[in-house]
Design a protein around this ligand. Sequence first.
Ligand code: ZN
Length: 180
Amino acid sequence: MKNPKTLNNEKHALIVCDMLNDFVLKGAPLEVARAQAIIGNIKREIIKSRKKHIPIIYCCDGHRPADPEFSLWPRHAVKGTVGAQVIDELKPHKGDYLITKPSYSCFYKTALDKLLKQLGITHVILTGVATNICILYTVAEASMRGYKVIVPENCVAALSQGDHRFALQQMKRVFQVEIV
Ligand code: ZN
């Protein structure tokens, strides 16, 4: 049985990663086809988190117009464009946190770790796209920093189902992520 004191010290945060127009809208430059199917599930997680006063942190790609990433991927989420904005269905509320990231991981060159520490977060719930890219590398960095990670399977999506399944397996095997 868990020590109740340990339980009391657990504090969760919900991360919504890259649910941006350029990844989610039909015909978007980096459309993740299955992203449409997870919008409702993420919305439910957000509502649940608000009720429990769990902080909600939006981590969003924000690229320079000539970002080196565009040699690998189509141009997407350029800072200041509509494509870089969170989709209408999941718009942040007042009091939510918004972090712009220059690469895959939500931790790389961002203030996320500092914010999580300030908020006393021990457990991170990760949602968004893409399962095998930004989600996987954020899982890796969160785990290595000592956070417990929870990934609701129906709140993440990848460009292909094979990538999605592989990434979930890696999270479970390599980082002991709780897939729920
Ligand atoms: Zn990007």
